[in-house]
Design a protein around this ligand. Structure first.
Ligand code: 6GU
Length: 242
């Protein structure tokens, strides 16, 4: 089944990046189609039906505070138009749940993903609430603990992480099984020729031809790296911080 990805954004030109790289390949192979929509196309009229020459998409927050909030009526028109009955609504947000490999794998099985890219201080919270009430799966997800100016960069990262998991997309399925995070550990270090470079030698074990011992060494490297760099991924018995 072909996946459909829709993106709603006030910066549609940003998504020209989808035409290049791995994603371009997935689209050429017809495993995924992408459609980018300009949110301002849904802002031609105000909530009262009168024309809005400014095509306003944001307003001041109730309760006061810094920044602007994106208007629910404009988002409602856009999403009513774009979301299909089996679609999943993805809202990139620094206040979302962590976007993990497991979440990417789940989303790679959806018939349609709609990315709602918010700018400013986010989208009026009733938008997520409304579509969840209407029976849609709504996922507010964050890339990590830092703040971007808007959802666009995050949406591109999520789209790349998701589409490469669509069956038939990657040339080598084993490389997905072995990569970082697929088994909850960071990936082991990799080396290629020359065996000696600037005084640094490739570990002897990798030149030995002992496949079982190489697999053991790589697993030990995964554990060591994960303990060192990401103890939050490991249980305490493995030296981790669970
Ligand atoms: Cl998904 N959005 C924004 N605006 N900032 C982020 C993020 C998302 N993930 C990390 N920082």
């Amino acid at each position: 089944m072909r996946m459909r990805i829709d993106v709603v954004t006030i910066f549609p030109e940003f998504f020209g990046v989808l035409d290049v790289s791995l994603l371009g390949k997935a689209r050429q192979s017809e495993l995924v189609e992408t459609h980018v929509h300009d949110l301002r196309d849904y802002a031609a009229f105000k909530a009262d039906g009168s024309p809005d020459v400014h095509r306003t998409v944001d307003d001041a927050p109730f309760g006061g505070g810094a920044g602007m909030v994106m208007k629910p009526d404009v988002w409602g028109k856009a999403l009513d138009d774009v979301l299909k009955p089996t679609g999943v609504l993805v809202i990139p947000s620094p206040a979302g749940v962590p976007f993990t490999q497991a979440l990417a794998a789940e989303l790679s099985e959806a018939p349609q993903l709609v990315f709602a890219c918010g700018r400013y201080e986010g989208i009026d919270a009733r938008v997520a609430e409304h579509y969840a009430q209407d029976g849609y799966r709504v996922v507010e997800a964050s890339l990590g603990d830092y703040v971007l100016n808007g959802g666009e960069v995050a949406a591109v990262a999520m789209i790349e992480a998701i589409t490469r998991l669509i069956p038939g997309f990657m040339g080598n399925a084993q490389s997905i099984v072995e990569e970082s995070h697929a088994d909850g550990l960071l990936e082991y270090p990799s080396y290629t020729r020359p065996a000696s470079w600037r005084g640094l030698d490739v570990p002897d074990i990798l030149l030995s031809g002992h496949h079982a011992r190489i697999a053991e060494w790589r697993h030990a490297q995964q554990l060591e790296r994960t303990r060192e760099r990401r103890p939050d991924l490991l249980p305490p018995a493995e030296g981790g911080a669970w």
